[in-house]
Design a protein around this ligand. Sequence first.
Ligand code: GLN
Length: 536
Amino acid sequence: MLNMTKYIFVTGGVLSSLGKGIFAASLAKILRSGGIKASIMKIDPYLNCDAGTLNPFEHGEVFVTRDGFECDLDVGNYERYTNTFAVKEQNLMMGSVYRAVTEKERKGDYLGKTVQLIPHATNEIKTQIRKAAKTTAADVLVVEIGGTVGDLESDIVLEAVRQMNFEEPPQSTTFIHLALVPTIITGELKTKPIQHSVKALLSRGITPNMLIARADVMVPKALREKIALFCNVREENVFCSPTLESIYELPLELVKQNLHERLAERMGISFTPNLAEWEALTEKTKKLSTAPAVRIGVIGKYAVAKDAYMSVFEALNHAGIHNGVRIDAELVDSEAIEKGKGTLDKYDGLLVPGGFGGRGVEGKITAIRFARENKVPYLGLCYGMQLATIEFARNAAKLEDANTSENNPDLKHPVIDLLPEQKNVEDKGGTMRLGARDVSVVKGTLAYKLYGSDKISKRFRHRYEVNPEYIKRLEDAGAVFSGMEPNQNIMKILELKDHPFFFGTQFHPEFDSRLEKPEPAFNGFVAAAKEKQGKR
Ligand code: GLN
């Protein structure tokens, strides 16, 4: 236990999507492996209050914490790297900061004062950062500041952390700046962009203690020396984050470069990282790169944006490593299936992830029917479970216009309907059934075989559910509801008999998968797909 919480602020330069989140997660991983209680917080500069209302096409998946907060996908990476569960305090979206300030102003908390970005918004940000450290009982809090230095909207966050630098005791704050060192067409690595981004940081009163050059390849010593000279950071504090075969290698790479020693020195702490288990798992992952592939079709609406389903792809990979197979998972555009394009029979398993709205729904239902009738392993997550219920209702229970009232409020057979608690909700933000809840698992079912327990706790994010009025009819036609809300007629898992693997969950199992421990539903799905592949 350290006397005082220490803070590591991670900023980004030149452009976004450089893997700052993976870097922050790797830092926490390194610290935790050495016995330091490190946790992570992400600050997003947008005016949204949470990620629930953001477009997954632009921002990637919405990750949900067990305590029901709709987060930036980086929080998913934090959970996976540190094998912990995050809480809502670990993702701050600036919309909620401004909302808190204006609400206080209306209440009269600042009576007589001019309410300003500095100090009122900056104070609110600092309060939230310190709260995140306290809630997660962190000795070291890694704070990732979203966006790129120079963006107008993140300036206020930089100003808040600049203030923290002199409010906290010496050696309690460390600034690490990660910026792109691009390779130009001649193959040369260029350092000018990182120099400019450090200048931008300096002009905001922040002197970075360490620099991370994000490059395609390892940045050679001579260039690191140049970066050090021009950016006013000692050479031994300039590191490189090269593009790696597996993203899980980054903590190992950073330790190889001795980042932990420089960090310990800077923060006045001592620890020795122990990444042996992590290293064994990443080695296993790399070895699989030449193994025969199990082909999984992920039927989605955002067919060009894999990040929109990040946890799903990660969970598939984890299960692949555990089953000793390489996963070749591909996004299939559900609208293309609707138009009759593309073949489904090349896949060893089909997966329909979560989703909203009517676009591409019939293509997903076609894929589910294909999986059911042709005995192709199927995993349906949230919407994927609801649509599997609809497909079964239409084609097995002969309820012809069966659908979800989400897409058509005037149905004869609304087999998927609104949760009663959702009926009078008007706000769109943060009003779904969110977060972890218990699910009772029925003995003697596939679900019980997978989870090995009659009670599990899983994360939810939905408004609709299987309409209780149709349960009997669906069961009579052969559907098995093997998981439900404890003591209630609310169905959470759908499975089918006489099928190698057909499993739909109202919850999101993908959020619980870890490199060290694949999630059971994914594990069972990949094992079944592997078996199918073996028979080809
Ligand atoms: N649209 C569905 C609902 O609101 C499913 C949500 C999801 O897949 N996350 O219930």
